[in-house]
Design a protein around this ligand. Sequence first.
Ligand SMILES: NC(=O)C1=CN([C@@H]2O[C@H](COP(=O)(O)OP(=O)(O)OC[C@H]3O[C@@H](n4cnc5c(N)ncnc54)[C@H](OP(=O)(O)O)[C@@H]3O)[C@@H](O)[C@H]2O)C=CC1
Ligand SMILES: N[C@@H](CC=O)C(=O)O
Length: 328
Amino acid sequence: MKPIQVALIGLGTVGCGVYQTLHIHKQRLEIQLGAPVELTTVVIENPDKHMKIAEKTTISTDISDILYNPEIDVVFEAINGKEPAFTYLKQCIQAGKHVVTANKEMFAAHGRELKELAQKNEVQIGYDATTAGGIPIIQTISQLFRANQIQQVQAILNGTSNYILTQMRDHQLPFSTALKQAQKWGYAEADPTNDIEGYDAFYKLMILSDLIFDRQPDQKNIRHSGITGITDEAIEKAQQDGKRIKHIASIKYDETGNLTAEIEPIAVPKEHPLYAVEGVDNAIHLKADIVGDITLTGPGAGAFPTASAMVEDLCLILSKQSAPIPVS
Ligand SMILES: NC(=O)C1=CN([C@@H]2O[C@H](COP(=O)(O)OP(=O)(O)OC[C@H]3O[C@@H](n4cnc5c(N)ncnc54)[C@H](OP(=O)(O)O)[C@@H]3O)[C@@H](O)[C@H]2O)C=CC1
Ligand SMILES: N[C@@H](CC=O)C(=O)O
């Protein structure tokens, strides 16, 4: 049977998670997809860091090795920042390849353009890993919230921040020690500024906004802060009041069609749907007009939860039975 050939851009925390998942779950994927999945090419930046990873896999620093290989069907992208990721994905789509990305900073800025380009080129784009790690929030909303109008989202979207806040409260760890642990576990970005200053949650909220409301709110009006100002005293005070400080990203759609968004730490009471979400977990609480309130919870960062989202996107893209991924 002709193998499904895939390529990978980036071999850091997430890329290694995808690499290992394709290897460990080879048999199950073959049964599910009806053909073996073969990792043909990996593109990275610093070749010295990587040994030759497998007999049949080419390690390269040149994106052309993916673009001009007509056998490659699907490209996973797991690198940092908007560029060159955006250019690479555009080129892959124009070369007729399906793409799967984990890169939220790039997708929050260019997701719409990539979705349109994918539609024009009759390929699919998977981006579940961009938002809330292993929680299948993008597919859930795309496939299962069609009749419902979602009116409000309240979410914990940054695993690093939630992990730090939990460690500070439960183990009285200093902020810097908790951040170092989050880096050690592969939750935090190479430069953790985006995590702890709230930008990472902002990117993810904008991706959800595009998906749910088909637009992003006016960014000038988004109140936006991270967790760097949260002191031990504030955490202690919240606990004495029976509350927990959570970094919450929210967006609301009113009757006039207005979108308002906020991203900030909030002391929430026990009854709040996000109070019990701890450690690296993320959660998305949705309010919709037919179903009412729903909360999805799960691991929000790390190699395998993110690889899970990317490999599930691969399965959906390749599944003959599945409907195409909607563009919005
Ligand atoms: N860590 C996590 O839990 C999650 C991360 N993400 C997102 O996934 C992406 C990857 O994150 P993560 O794996 O943590 O990052 P890492 O810093 O661990 O890895 C980044 C990888 O990208 C490669 N790279 C960087 N620049 C280029 C380039 N110009 N061309 C080719 N390869 C390049 C690096 O190559 P080299 O190894 O040679 O230096 C490295 O292998 C990011 O967009 C991140 O926001 C999404 C969800 C969860
Ligand atoms: N750095 C991010 C990784 C996943 O998106 C986080 O901590 O949530």
